[in-house]
Design a protein around this ligand. Structure first.
Ligand code: SF4
Ligand code: SF4
Length: 129
């Protein structure tokens, strides 16, 4: 019966649950905007780590973002991430057996994607809805 001390993960969920009711039944639409692209953790994810296609896109999308007018997001096809917003990856050489790290992403937290479907491996399962 004794309650264990809450883990870090559990205690971070509690305050969020208080605000969640007004979002029930709505869609989890994550905007495809520069701020979210920059916070996306997919470029660091083990699922993509050995993908040549992804590594190329990381390089080229960085350049594209640097050269684009401020606030303008690059073509989603060229960005190897933010799959929670844009859906499945275009690169074919990902390793989906590895763990998704979306749970450590600020975007995931902000949009409460834990409660979305799917809520992980968006690169494989498609965008959060
Ligand atoms: S939740 Fe996952 S897919 Fe969405 S921005 Fe964060 S790391 Fe990228
Ligand atoms: S959606 Fe998840 S599994 Fe896919 S690349 Fe992003 S962090 Fe990795």
């Amino acid at each position: 019966m004794g309650r264990d001390a809450p883990t870090e993960e559990k205690s971070s969920i509690t305050p969020r649950d208080r605000n969640v009711t007004f979002e029930r039944g709505t869609e989890f639409v994550v905007p495809y905007v520069e701020e979210n692209i920059n916070r996306c953790r997919c470029p660091q994810c083990p699922v993509q780590a050995d993908s040549r296609c992804v590594q190329d896109k990381i390089r080229s999308s960085k350049e594209a973002m640097e050269n684009a007018p401020a606030g303008e997001a690059p073509d989603p096809e060229n960005v190897p991430g933010i799959y929670c917003s844009e859906g499945t990856a275009t690169c074919q050489d990902l390793n989906f057996d590895r763990q998704c790290i979306c749970e450590s992403c600020e975007v995931w937290n902000e949009y409460d994607l834990k409660a979305a479907k799917p809520n992980n491996h968006f690169c494989k399962h498609g965008k959060a809805t």
